[in-house]
Design a protein around this ligand. Structure first.
Ligand SMILES: [Zn+2]
Length: 68
């Protein structure tokens, strides 16, 4: 049900605010171990405007996680 945000081979994720466009990079070691993608999105808040539910893109993009 809740897939981990980071796969074992993930290096980082780009997190972008859909509201103001503020973008940050997060690394697996900067987050609670094994945090799920859904949990991260639920907790994340834009540091600039405070908007939640950012767009998250995990790198490297080696497999289909977001329907592409
Ligand atoms: Zn924002």
């Amino acid at each position: 049900m809740s897939e981990p945000l980071f796969a074992p081979d993930s290096t980082h994720a780009e997190v972008r605010c859909w509201q103001c466009g503020h973008e940050v990079t997060v690394k697996p070691n900067g987050l609670p171990a094994g945090i799920s993608g859904a949990e991260f999105e639920r907790r994340a808040r834009c540091q600039k405007c405070g908007t939640g539910w950012p767009h998250v893109k995990v790198f490297p993009v080696t497999r289909s996680k977001w329907g592409m």
